[in-house]
Write a protein that binds this ligand. Structure first.
Ligand code: GDP
Length: 364
């Protein structure tokens, strides 16, 4: 069978998997100038649709970006800084300019210090060898800060193309959809010119007469907590509204369960406050450290829900991270929570094996 390619994005058309690139319902396959569902939505509804891509394909695509000129918009999830990093990101950036966009700030408490947040994002990129020419905090969903972002893009792009890059779920599609709305207002935004002969799967969206935005599908980061719960239970662990932080005064020898997927032990130090930033739907329980395993075994699918989990993962298959906290810091459990802890404490965090836990100077 000959391969037929989408005239919009160049992906090979297929009717087997609607989450994968190039999907088209079988009935559309025979049409001349066939167009995949994703491009169809973009063309007719001004909407970008997410698709899956494996990381090998993704890296091939990003590597070919290295050769082109352009401005990179690096999207970072304000609630999941660490998972927002793309491995070998600097290899693909080359000497292109990067604007760092911290998205989803509507999820953080209104009192969050945006200056510190931006400072932290810059630092994170620097640790990965990248200096951003500008950094901005926005909410793509609430259309907050996007006017300023467009001005920044105009200032830095010098008529080059713009590439929106980031891991899955950081909000690239939402951001691009908003930018399309704000800059075009027209329905026929998709163009049909492609990068011939490459596996690039980038969609061109004209920003103005000279500049195009390219949407790059996100790489899937396997370490997020989302992978440990049933798809239907993601709504419990992923915050959808402004986070209401919860503060506990703890003595050492006490522990906090954050639902059934994380445990925070206060191992050593003077009485201290622990503030948890997570989805408001999670349950927090304080108990004695000496009693923690027994408590968990009894209550993991009772008191400590939602979500429900298939096994007591913090007993059967856990990883423990230990921290001696020397300055006020946030411990970040990837995709699940931040815990603000104070200098002088010794803290251990238990999570399902595979979930990343990091510590960084506090942004709160
Ligand atoms: P992509 O995979 O990077 O393209 O991410 P999407 O644009 O598909 O967004 C992933 C999820 O994050 C969706 O549920 C969006 O509604 C949500 N999202 C995107 N931007 C924001 C934002 O600014 N604030 C909030 N609260 N959610 C957002």
């Amino acid at each position: 069978m000959t391969e037929v390619k989408c005239i919009g994005c160049g992906a090979v058309l297929q009717s087997e998997d609607k989450d994968k690139k190039g999907y088209i319902p079988a009935s559309g396959m025979d049409r001349e100038e066939a167009i995949c569902k994703r491009c169809y939505r973009l063309k007719h509804y001004n909407e970008i649709m997410d698709i899956d891509m494996d990381s090998g394909e993704f890296l091939t695509m990003l590597n070919s970006l290295y050769e082109t000129d352009g401005l990179i918009i690096k999207v970072i999830d304000a609630f999941d800084f660490n998972a927002s990093l793309i491995p070998s990101f600097n290899r693909i950036v080359g000497d292109k300019k990067v604007i760092a966009v911290i998205n989803k700030i509507d999820l953080l408490p209104k009192s969050t210090n945006t200056g510190r947040l931006i400072h932290r994002a810059k630092h994170m990129l620097k640790e990965n060898g990248i200096t951003a020419v500008d950094t901005i905090a926005v909410s793509a969903l609430k259309n907050d800060g996007l006017d300023k972002l467009i001005s920044m893009m105009k200032k830095h792009s010098k008529k080059e193309d713009v590439y929106v890059v980031g891991t899955t779920n950081v909000g690239k599609s939402t951001l691009i959809n908003q930018l399309i709305k704000m800059t075009s207002g027209e329905s026929d935004v998709i163009t049909t010119s492609r990068f011939p002969g490459t596996t690039l799967d980038l969609i061109d969206i004209p920003m103005d007469d000279d500049t195009f935005i390219y949407d790059t599908p996100g790489v899937i980061v396997p370490s997020q907590m989302a992978h440990f719960v049933h798809a239907g239970d993601l709504k419990y662990i992923t915050p959808s509204k402004e986070i209401k932080p919860k503060t506990f005064q703890l003595e050492h020898g006490q522990t906090l369960f954050l639902s059934n997927l994380a445990r925070i032990d206060f191992v050593n130090g003077d009485k201290s406050s622990f503030t948890i930033y997570s989805s408001n739907k999670l349950t927090i329980h304080r108990t004695k450290l000496s009693n923690a395993d027994e408590f968990y075994g009894k209550h993991y699918n009772g008191l400590l829900t939602p979500p429900e989990i298939s096994e007591p993962v913090l007993i059967n298959d856990k990883k423990e991270y230990s921290f001696k906290v020397t300055e006020d810091s946030d411990i970040e459990i990837s995709g699940y929570a931040f815990i603000s802890v104070q200098a002088g404490t010794e803290v251990a965090v238990h999570v399902p094996k595979g979930v990343e836990v990091n510590i960084r100077p506090t942004i709160f």
